[in-house]
Design a binder for this molecule. Structure first.
Ligand SMILES: [Zn+2]
Length: 287
């Protein structure tokens, strides 16, 4: 079962969060039929969104959007405060080979921007963006947290894809210090982090999220919260119809003139919705 653990290093002001989301990423891979580079990029963004979701209040959501000039073009994951995640990749059929025995996500993503959109509820949204540093996503997310949110953070994300394309491991961890954190602890953590093994290899060894955190920081952890990560898309026909509105009057008029029922597919879960000509006519009157 996919999980997330959030805690503090015992008696220290350091926040630690880890997730194992292998099943969720494998589920997303099947929905989107992603090839390894797309799977790894999407899996890292999913794990990253779960880590950021650990800082949300009830019913809030967070979306990470990676937009690059590489062949993947766009990778998006959204997570809510209950660790329900959905994701998509604009170009799922991308495999670019390995670099240093790892899937070359950086080349798949290319240069561009990382956007984080926080949905605080009540139609309140906050978006902030940073330029991609490597396109490898973990470092980009750490850069975003350090620069845009001004929270000193370390992030590691990992996805291991089997030769048959299935996901064998996916997850990540995040460590954040606070203004009160002792300088000795910061130095200690920097040294520990420079020696740490990759997240996917720790997952492949069978460690759970808490064991990963203990291994990474080498100190006891006080658990504050545990959660279950699932793939969940809250799409409804109403939301699909709202998406049609954004096409504009002219486009909708054209669809009506064609006289055919329109099939609309949800980006995130591939569920298909049928919108009839009658429904399009009502929509046009309402705009
Ligand atoms: Zn959906």
């Amino acid at each position: 079962m996919d999980e997330v653990v959030k805690g503090l290093i015992e008696n220290e002001h350091v926040l630690v969060v880890a997730t194992i989301c292998t099943e969720t990423v494998e589920y997303a891979r099947k929905i989107h039929d992603t090839w390894p580079t797309a799977t790894a990029a999407m899996g890292r963004v999913i794990a990253g969104s779960v880590l950021l979701a650990s800082t949300l209040k009830d019913k809030q959501k967070i979306m990470i959007q990676i937009k690059g000039d590489g062949p993947l073009s766009e990778v998006v994951a959204e997570a809510d405060s209950f660790y329900r995640v959905r994701a998509y990749v604009k170009r799922p059929h991308i495999y670019m080979g390995l670099k240093n025995e790892k899937i070359d996500v950086g080349r798949g993503v290319g240069k561009g921007f990382l956007n984080v959109i926080r949905d605080l509820g009540l139609r309140e949204y906050y978006q902030s963006s940073v330029e991609l540093q490597t396109g490898e996503i973990a470092r980009d997310l750490a850069y975003y947290l350090n620069v845009s949110e001004q929270i000193p953070s370390a992030v590691s994300l990992g996805v291991y894809v089997e030769p048959d394309n299935s996901v064998k491991a996916a997850g990540g961890f995040m460590i954040q210090t606070m203004p009160e954190t002792r300088a000795e602890i910061v130095d200690f953590l920097e040294r520990k982090l420079s020696q740490t093994q990759s997240t996917s290899s720790m997952i492949l060894q069978g460690m759970d999220s808490l064991q990963i955190l203990e291994e990474v920081v080498g100190l006891p952890i006080e658990v504050l919260q545990r959660g279950t990560v699932t793939y969940f898309c809250p799409c409804t026909k109403d939301r699909v119809i709202n998406a049609i509105v954004t096409l504009g009057r002219e486009e909708i008029q054209k669809m009506i003139e064609e006289g055919k029922t329109v099939d609309v597919e949800c980006y995130f879960c591939k569920k298909k919705y049928e919108v009839t000509v009658e429904e399009l006519k009502i929509l046009l009157r309402e705009i």
